[in-house]
Design a protein around this ligand. Sequence first.
Ligand code: NAD
Length: 290
Amino acid sequence: MQIGFIGLGNMGGPMSANLAEAGHAVTGFDTADVEIEGVTRAASAAEAAAGRDVVITMLPNGAILRAVAEDVIPAMHIGSVFLDCSTVDVESARSVADAAEKAGLLPLDAPVSGGIGGAQGGTLTFMVGGSDAAFAKAKPLFDIMGQKAVHCGPSGNGQAAKICNNMILGATMIVTCEAFALADKLGLDRQAMFDVVSTSSGYSWSMNAYCPAPGIGPQSPADNGYKPGFAADLMLKDLRLSQQAAETADADTPMGQAAMELYARFVEQEDGAGRDFSAMLPRFEKRGRG
Ligand code: NAD
């Protein structure tokens, strides 16, 4: 396929490289000066998009996506796929999809989980909103860039799935960390705590697959000085998106709200910026109730 790829950062860079390596003709654009192996550079987003079968965007936020979409949509031909893989607010995703549809394009919102490692290894999970026809056209590309693509319904539902998932993740990571810190203070050995919880009703991905305690459970960022991994800053972004969506939809989300406020404090007032989101454990360790 002829693919345009806009946003060649930590995620978009390796995703576009994997598509090129699989034999697709990829033309890329980024406002930063980046060179990706196998990807031809374009001078603008519109140039990267013109005449392609699929245009993929992997951008920082909804405002940038909206601006890029304004340039790109008029350059694309009818029936081509506009595939946004960024994590953005549901409203931006739906508004861009609406504009793309009006122009005769097939829009998809397909945020990912799996992080930079998943982007490099081609093992991402895609949560996809859009029509059946658009999903079917993009499926071979999901198979190259990832290991799983779940079609979640119409436009915006991919973003909805992503922020609901990450709201659960943020809240469970916090409570897993505070439980470890409480267990320490009660004299409970961390290994015993892991052995019990990971096989009892407190188990979760945060405990079992990404244990925040160093030296316990499978390898995780805790074993690497809390180097991300999944940065606390990105968790904060996703929690803010979940609360923005909850506000718009009039949904009561007190745990998500509390998780957002705690990550905001951690990243913006404490030492959480640039650390893995599981570094909440050393944060709680140092604290008492005061
Ligand atoms: P990044 O900052 O490394 O990459 C974004 C790229 O977009 C940058 O290279 C930037 O120069 C480029 N860009 C900005 N404005 C542009 C414009 N107008 N036109 C063209 N290019 C432009 O970010 P990332 O880590 O690659 O994340 C991209 C998206 O993926 C975000 O929405 C993020 O939330 C999501 N995401 C990231 C991770 C992760 O672990 N990094 C995991 C899941 C989802």
